[in-house]
Design a protein around this ligand. Structure first.
Ligand SMILES: Nc1ncnc2c1ncn2[C@@H]1O[C@H](COP(=O)(O)OP(=O)(O)OP(=O)(O)O)[C@@H](O)[C@H]1O
Length: 313
């Protein structure tokens, strides 16, 4: 398969801070690769190393050339920090970026694709956070790139806007565009990516398709029982699966949906009252926790409570 992107042993340090500690990966045409990790894991530095916007050790090739040698039109980049001129409208901004390339897509089509057709004449400073981010995405799409890097494109975008952006990116990938996207939303990575790379402290701890990652490292499904329990409660329940208290929640591991009734019977038999039951499948968050000992959390910050949960396993 033709590799559009190859990176080998990429390293980058800022003084004593090791931002990238030997990352190797590749991507093929039409592949969506998601890079996931909490704040400080190295996602932005990796995107910058892959696009040649920061110096890094190791080998990076895009279309068989060094990032700075590749024809500019072929690459689209949405940096994490991107602050366009506030007084220009969305249409003016996208038109401005179109002027930087010899050949571009139609400005109106790109604005429509990112859902800004109705707000194209609003000054950037008056757009909502999500509309601003979508304007930025549009500037990365205007040159009709073959390889697109998006550093946290959906941050600040509401669920409906995220959904439509995902649909847009899937359409691009179907047309053969390779997409490298960073996110700290695990579900976004699972939904969008052909392969997910889990970054922790500058290292790529796993890179595979999300369902394989979950099957290999996600562990058991769990039944979460909310209520008021004491330390002896897990032992009072006569159920074959492992049961533990985690931050006040009674967790029964390895429960299949069809067995939830059996757990309820055991809780009743043991005289354990509860407020609610929630059944959860293993997900990428569980994979990350298993492989790194820490969680990512919805805001990208490491989840201390999940460190404790990891210890309880
Ligand atoms: N220009 C810089 N100067 C000094 N240190 C930096 C610089 N850029 C990144 N770092 C450090 O490198 C490490 C990786 O940062 P990076 O921004 O790549 O992480 P990230 O995963 O993108 O985080 P976030 O989700 O917060 O954007 C962090 O410890 C960060 O403080």
């Amino acid at each position: 398969m033709d590799e559009v992107l190859v990176a080998e042993d990429v390293r980058r340090a800022y003084g004593d801070t090791v931002a990238l500690d030997g990352v190797s990966l590749s991507a093929t045409a039409g592949e969506v690769l998601a890079l996931v990790g909490p704040n400080g894991a190295g996602k932005t530095t990796l995107v910058r190393a892959l696009t040649g916007t920061t110096d890094a050790e190791g080998r990076v090739e895009l279309f068989g050339e060094s990032p700075t040698a590749v024809e500019r039109d072929r690459i689209g980049l949405l940096p994490q920090s991107f602050a366009p001129h506030e007084r220009l409208t969305a249409r003016e901004l996208v038109t401005y970026y179109a002027g930087l390339y010899d050949e571009t897509r139609d400005v109106e089509r790109v604005l429509a694709d990112v859902g800004l057709a109705e707000t194209a004449d609003t000054a950037y400073e008056n757009l909502s956070g999500g509309q601003k981010r979508r304007t930025c995405v549009a500037t990365a799409l205007i040159n009709d790139p073959d390889l697109l890097f998006l550093d946290e494109p959906t941050t600040g975008i509401d669920p409906a806007g995220r959904q439509s952006l995902w649909d847009l990116l899937e359409g691009l990938a179907d047309r053969g565009v390779t997409i490298v996207v960073t996110t700290h939303y695990m579900e976004e990575a699972r939904r969008l990516a052909d392969r997910v790379g889990l970054l922790s402290e500058g290292r790529l701890v796993a890179l595979d398709d999300p369902e394989t990652l979950i099957a290999d490292h996600g562990g058991d499904s769990q039944l979460l029982v909310e209520g008021t329990f004491d330390e002896g409660t897990p032992d009072a329940i006569d159920y074959p699966a492992r049961t533990a208290l985690r931050n006040g929640t009674l967790v029964v591991y390895g429960v299949r949906p069809e067995s939830i009734g059996n757990v309820v019977d055991e809780l009743d038999a043991a005289g354990v009252g509860y407020d609610s039951l929630t059944w959860t499948e293993p997900d990428l968050e569980a994979v990350y926790l298993e492989l790194t000992g820490t969680g990512v959390g919805s805001g990208g910050e490491p989840r201390a409570d999940e460190v404790a949960a990891g210890g309880a396993r």
